[in-house]
Design a protein around this ligand. Structure first.
Ligand SMILES: [Fe+2]
Ligand SMILES: [Fe+2]
Length: 358
């Protein structure tokens, strides 16, 4: 299978071939600039949630999601320059989970960068993760693009250090999607100062791509689709001409534009989360540009997993999503409206209503 090809027309052919062959549960990213010599691609795999059962047993379905993504990434043509992993490698931050996830990821034939997820962090506050993968936040430059990785899943010190009788209890409380005992995610003052200092060295015309685990915007606090200090982080990114934030955590396609910043979520290899407004919980808090997932069946564990191709040829990202067992979608910048729009599902009449389960 060769799903990734450079031109738009060829991409569509490739997407059709990929759909016929079965879709890959990962994200493929292409950055393209005016000078073709500068073009490059990278792959994006996220939210594997490797879960330990006992001994050498792990939840098989989550294992398979990650193993498949790694295998397909190794087969990509053209080869990606590197791979990003978007966080939540483990389910409960355990050494067994992180080791097992790292072992699966070690089969990748590319340089791989990691983002911290809350499921990786709240058992030992990222200590073991750091031994495997390095610092919690960092930046790197690649072919004229400045990439920044943030740990956006920190929270208030009182919640982290004083509230829970054990590290295990703290991890379990943060692991719940809709647990009112959780606490809002944040980047935090120390890391924001680092980000500002890091970006002070970068020309304002340089494209900036920021990887975070939680969205660096406020979507739905009840499920922690939220970053408490999002406005402060956005203010640091504001001076740059073109900024892209790519995040995991929400296990679904989302997109939004705030000022100069384009926000795009990537899909998980483990399972899809439903949209909060599928359950009529918080429609008014979702960004105006986010349309429902069009998931035929929110309880089908592989629906809404897949891969996407991201093209910033015009300086604005255009995402071509290929969903497993669902309709392919394109979310592209519309110069007429100045917003990213879903070219298939922006029309409410074309949306697939979510299936109701009782
Ligand atoms: Fe996740
Ligand atoms: Fe997460």
């Amino acid at each position: 299978m060769n799903p990734i090809v450079p031109s738009r027309r060829d991409f569509l052919k490739g997407a059709a071939a990929a759909a016929a062959a079965g879709v890959v549960p990962m994200s493929f990213v292409k950055l393209a600039f005016a000078d073709p010599a500068q073009d490059f691609t990278f792959a994006y795999i996220s939210d594997a949630h490797i879960q330990h059962i006992s001994g050498t047993k792990f939840v098989r379905n989550w294992d398979r999601g990650l193993i498949r993504a790694v295998a397909e990434t190794n087969l990509l043509t053209p080869k990606p320059d590197f791979v990003m992993f978007g966080g939540d490698l483990g389910q409960l931050g355990m050494k067994e989970e992180l080791d097992h996830g790292a072992e699966i990821m070690s089969k990748l034939r590319y340089k791989t960068h990691y983002v911290m997820g809350e499921h990786d962090y709240y058992l030992d506050l990222g200590e073991y993760w750091s031994k495997l993968f390095g610092p919690h936040w960092y930046s790197f430059d690649h072919k004229g693009v400045h990439f920044v990785v943030l740990n956006s899943v920190l929270t208030y010190d009182d919640w982290t250090y004083n509230k829970w009788p054990s590290a295990q209890e703290r991890m379990l409380q943060m692991a719940g999607l809709d647990n009112p005992n959780g606490s809002p995610f944040m980047v935090g003052e120390k890391q924001r100062a680092w980000l500002k200092a890091d970006l002070d060295k970068v020309a304002k015309t340089t494209p900036v791509v920021v990887f975070s685990h939680s969205p660096l915007q406020k979507l739905y606090k009840g499920w922690n689709f939220w970053t408490e200090d999002a406005e402060e982080v956005q203010a640091i990114l504001k001076p740059f001409d073109k900024v892209n934030v790519i995040y995991g955590h929400v296990h679904q396609i989302q997109y939004n534009q705030i000022g100069n910043i384009s926000f795009n979520a990537v899909m998980a290899t483990a399972w899809p989360w439903p949209y909060p407004n599928s359950y009529a919980q918080a429609q008014h808090t979702m960004p105006v540009l986010t349309v429902p997932m069009n998931r035929a069946d929110p309880f089908f564990e592989r629906d809404a997993t897949g891969w996407q191709f991201i093209d910033v040829h015009t300086g604005r990202v255009a995402l071509k999503y290929n969903l497993y067992n669902n309709t392919a979608r394109t979310v592209a910048w519309n110069p007429a409206t100045g917003k990213p729009e879903d070219t298939v599902f922006q029309d409410p009449a074309k949306r697939i209503p979510p299936q109701v389960h009782y």
